[in-house]
Design a protein around this ligand. Structure first.
Ligand code: ISJ
Length: 256
């Protein structure tokens, strides 16, 4: 997939292959996070024990915001497959623009589910993948660093739904034009859903979780990311939000 060549990006099989590759990235980021406790203080806004000069948000938000500002300066968010968590705070890069060809509709950057992704990561994913409950103040920095890697990997995967949606729109313009004009959200959701692909993803994740993150020479070794938790995360969070991204992107597709 080459973002300077739209035909390689809007090929649905290429997109699906990229989503498969992202599974490995996400699993290994989760495995890293699984070494730490839940560390709820990292996510608390204005935590009394974690005062941050001139900042009123959580320790995680401070770290994520400042990293995204740095990443924006070196052009990360000019890439069409990256969506910032703080779109209003990122800055212009000092590097020359790559001038990617227009692949998605102009409003695509406005389809941003990162607030939802961060909330559901903290509320539902952290309790599933952390080693134990509780704070471990010696590791707040490592936890925030690991969380940011998990969040940016989840964000890229979920917002890939925009490329999926554009590819599907172009594969049947009459159908989607009618559904969009009718604002038929239900039928748009039905048409973008491919249950066979979803099933294959969940089967593959089960196998990957059984192999990754364990010591292959010690089959009884502790599994750090269990197959059932990984499948639950994808089935109940990652895939449904990806489909929400697809539907929201499509609902605006006839805008001038
Ligand atoms: C991503 C696609 O669209 C939908 C979302 C999927 C997902 O998030 O994994 C898988 C299949 C579809 O239901 C696709 O068709 O490949």
């Amino acid at each position: 997939m080459d973002f300077t060549r739209p035909e390689t990006v809007l090929n649905l099989q290429n997109i699906r292959n990229e989503l498969v590759r992202m599974e490995d990235t996400i699993i290994f980021k989760f495995i890293e996070r699984s070494h730490f406790a839940t560390c709820p203080s990292v996510y608390k806004e204005q935590h009394p024990g974690l005062t941050i000069p001139n900042f009123e948000g959580s320790f995680l938000n401070w770290a994520l915001l400042n990293l995204e500002i740095t990443q924006s300066r070196i052009r990360r968010f000019e890439s069409p497959d990256e969506t910032p968590f703080f779109p209003d705070k990122i800055q212009k890069s000092f590097l020359p623009s790559v001038n990617y060809p227009q692949i998605l509709a102009p409003y695509a950057p406005e389809v941003n589910y990162n607030d939802t992704i961060k909330d559901v990561y903290i509320e539902k994913i952290i309790p599933l993948i952390s080693r134990k409950d509780g704070d471990d103040s010696n590791n707040f920095g490592s936890v925030a660093t690991s969380d940011i890697e998990c969040l940016q990997s989840l964000s890229r995967r979920i917002h890939f739904g925009k490329f999926v949606a554009e590819a599907k729109f172009q594969s049947d313009i009459p159908l989607y034009t009618k559904l969009i004009k009718d604002k038929d959200v239900e039928r748009i959701m039905e048409n973008i859903t491919n249950s066979a692909v979803e099933e294959k993803i969940l089967e593959r994740l089960t196998k990957k979780a059984e192999v990754y993150g364990v010591d292959p020479t010690n089959k009884k070794g502790e599994k750090r990311i269990t197959p059932e938790y990984l499948v639950k995360i994808y089935k109940e969070i990652v895939i449904p939000i990806t489909k929400e991204v697809e539907v929201e992107y499509l609902l605006r597709r006839l805008e001038d």
